[in-house]
Design a protein around this ligand. Structure first.
Ligand SMILES: [Zn+2]
Ligand SMILES: [Zn+2]
Length: 263
């Protein structure tokens, strides 16, 4: 499986991805908003884009479908429940479906509600698994739930699906928000040395060369995976005394998400 991450350079800070078969050169484009950049990248690599995947229905992920489809005749796949809202979807996806790219690439669809209630992530079953997670999980952060989502569902997705993936899973989100998210982690847990060290790097980096985190790393630097951490809980109680001394993990997640909304 060949993966190319394309930094949009736009104000929304989108990341796009091409996932290609090394044998046939067929490629899948993930959330190709700036579709001409995706087409150019595919041409440079000698790949042919034959499929488009939308992780969810927001227009900053679907807005490139028409242009890229017209240029390549690629087929569009998206969550079955989002197909009508997106329009022009050729394949509605459900949990457990497999997307094949060329002869060698197989990607499993995970049904991952929370940011919206019709959101899929793609998981590759390769030696180093890769997760294309749209706006569900960001590097050091979690998606918001403003536009059709529910924080309780996002919590369930984090705990029952994402946290159980192999630690070596590489995380490929839909946007680049690393520095801002690390600042939030440090605001919630000032002693987090891993987050502090990475923030120094993240503030200097070129987003086009941003580091790809693994799930093991996310569990150290992403406050939304650190729901049992005593320092996170103690600090959260300063903002929400009503949660008591031993809040459950869901309460911690939902209140962290609430703080992040206005932070
Ligand atoms: Zn979104
Ligand atoms: Zn987005």
């Amino acid at each position: 499986m060949l993966t190319e991450r394309i930094w949009s350079g736009n104000s929304l800070r989108n990341f796009h991805y091409l996932i290609a078969c090394a044998e046939t050169g067929e490629a899948l484009a993930v959330d190709p908003l700036e579709w001409r950049m995706c087409l150019d990248a595919a041409r440079r690599r000698g790949w042919e884009i034959t499929q488009i995947l939308n992780t969810h229905e927001h227009t900053d992920h679907t807005g490139g479908n028409a242009g890229l489809k017209a240029a390549t005749k690629a087929k569009v796949a998206a969550h079955a429940g989002a197909a009508e809202r997106i329009g022009g979807v050729d394949r509605g996806l459900k949990k457990g479906d497999v997307i094949r790219v060329g002869r060698t690439v197989e990607l499993e669809c995970l049904d991952t509600p929370g940011h919206t209630m019709t959101h899929v992530c793609l998981l590759s079953h390769t030696d180093e698994p890769a997760l294309f997670c749209g706006d569900t999980l960001f590097n050091a952060g979690a998606g918001n739930c403003f536009n059709g989502g529910q924080p309780e569902a996002l919590y369930d997705t984090f705990v029952t699906q994402l946290a159980r993936l192999p630690d070596s899973t590489r995380v490929y989100p839909g946007h680049e928000y690393l520095a801002r998210n690390l600042e939030f982690t440090l605001d919630r847990e000032p002693g987090n040395e891993d987050a502090a060290a990475l923030l120094t790097q993240a503030r200097q980096h070129d987003p086009a060369a941003a580091r790809v985190t693994t799930l093991a790393e996310e569990k150290r630097i992403n406050t939304f995976f650190r729901l049992q951490n005593p320092r996170v809980i103690a600090r959260l109680r300063e903002a929400f005394p009503d949660i008591g001394e031993h809040p459950d993990a869901k309460t911690v997640f939902v209140r962290l998400r609430e703080l992040r909304n206005r932070w």
